[in-house]
Design a protein around this ligand. Structure first.
Ligand SMILES: [Zn+2]
Length: 174
C-alpha cells in the first residue's frame, strides 16, 4: 500500500470565502479566511505504478474549491440560521449576535452566495463537504484503502475528514 499526499498551500488549492459561525464570539460576525484543501490517500499501484493520477486529484480539488471561492458560505442545514430564504435575487437569514444575544438579519445577492448542504461552515464541516464532493466526482482506478481530506482555515490550523471506507478500483487506466 502506498500513500499519496497533496499539500493545498503548495499546490495552490486555495479558496477565500466569507462565513459566520453564529453565537461564537468574533466568529459570530461576518468574516473571511483563505482556506487550503489537502488530501491523503492510500491505495494499490496500477501496472504503470500509479495509485491515482495526481492531475486528476488536483483538478478535482481545484474545481471544488473554485466553486465556493470569493463567495459567502451559507449552510442550509443549520439550526442556528433562522428564516433562511433563497430567491433568484437574494439569500436572507437571521442569526443571533454573540455579543448582544439579539437577532441580526443578513441579506446577500444570490450570486454572491454558495449554499452548502451542511449544518455549519466550520473547517470541520467544510472538510466533510470537500471529501464528499471529491468521492462523488472521482473515478478510482485502483483499490483504495482510504481517502482523507483536510481543509485549513488559514495557515496552521485545519480539520481532516474521512469516512474510512475502502473503495474498489472501478476500471483500468485509459
Ligand atoms: Zn471563520
Amino acid at each position: 500500500m502506498l500513500e499519496l499526499k497533496i499539500d493545498g498551500w503548495r499546490k495552490g488549492l486555495r479558496f477565500s470565502s466569507a462565513h459566520i459561525t453564529p453565537e461564537h464570539k468574533k466568529c459570530g460576525r461576518l468574516h473571511g479566511h483563505t482556506y487550503a484543501i489537502h488530501l491523503r490517500m492510500q491505495g494499490k499501484q496500477d501496472e504503470w505504478g500509479i495509485v491515482l493520477d495526481f492531475g486528476v486529484i488536483t483538478d478535482t480539488l481545484k474545481a471544488i474549491g473554485d466553486e465556493i471561492d470569493h463567495l459567502v458560505l451559507v449552510p442550509t442545514e443549520s439550526n442556528h440560521y433562522s428564516n433562511l430564504k433563497v430567491t433568484k435575487k437574494d439569500v436572507k437569514f437571521r442569526v443571533t449576535d454573540p455579543y448582544t444575544g439579539e437577532p441580526k438579519e443578513f441579506s446577500f445577492p444570490r450570486q454572491d452566495c454558495a449554499l452548502l448542504p451542511l449544518p455549519s461552515t466550520t473547517a470541520e464541516d467544510l472538510a466533510k463537504y470537500v471529501y464528499r464532493e471529491f468521492m462523488k466526482r472521482t473515478k478510482f482506478t485502483t483499490d483504495t484503502a482510504f481517502v482523507e481530506v483536510g481543509v485549513d482555515e488559514g495557515y496552521g490550523k485545519g480539520a481532516w475528514y474521512s469516512d474510512a471506507k475502502p473503495v474498489k478500483g472501478k476500471s483500468k487506466v485509459k
